[in-house]
Design a protein around this ligand. Sequence first.
Ligand SMILES: [Zn+2]
Length: 315
Amino acid sequence: MATVDGVLGPIDTQDLGFTLMHEHILIANWSMRAAFDDWVNVEEHIEYAAAELRSAAERGVKTLVDLTPINLGRDIHVIREVAARADVNVIAATGLYWTEEPWLGMWTADALVDWLIRDITDGIQGTDIKAGMIKCATDHLGLSPLNEKLLQVAARLHRKTGVPISTHTSCEHRNGLDQIRVLQEEGVDLSRVVIGHCGDTEDYAYLEEVLASGCIIGMDRFGLNQVLPMDKRVSTVVEMCKRGYADRMVLSHDACCHIDWFPGGKAGALMPQWNFRHICDDVMPALRKDGLDDETIRKLSVDTPRRVFEGQGAY
Ligand SMILES: [Zn+2]
């Protein structure tokens, strides 16, 4: 039996079911939280997020991967409480975001690995909850020296533990390809890597170049219609299935129950479909209407997520 570490304990990979592969329960700046007790109303947030997660579960979602990195405010106590109240599998991540924070400058990749590996081997924030995913990110600054180091950290954590990697990219800057190059140099098995945010583009040539590495791609920002509207995201998934990549994509929203990048923490007024329900309510029916059968939808939502965690399957 293969298992993956969830925040409520190990999960048999056969029980993962319909898995949202890239979401966020809470994104909140740790410094502001430390400085101001009421920066986040934690109890109110936990109630709200648990209800959001439960509403996804009522629609068939069995597992949610919380891909919040340490320095976007990952709070394992909040994540665990939300998972427990909603009674849904949640898998937490370790790793660092792409932002060029001064404190990161002098640390070597291996020194950072020595710190972060404790999230996987011992537990996160003094708990026994182990990270089941490794996060890394590249954005508009591209493959800077710091970013290359952070990608090396993710790669080495993966090589030491076998925990899969899931990334943030900017399609506009085509930097999934930069990530792949660094991960390949580090000897990572690309079938255990999800190159994220690939659903933000209709550039099929770019997507096929990324897929040529053997990785999985994340069609993982459904609901962020300002970046690319739903109909275009749906037609991209359908076209990639036609091109033979039905078992190489995973689905998600990258939605955040609370994100302090927006004053007040809620993005819903601006992006009403950016929540854990949108794929079930709107995207699945649209994929079916455009011709995807149940078997293909199962690959996208159940089988490929499971394979990422199990580390099985040759491409
Ligand atoms: Zn994200």
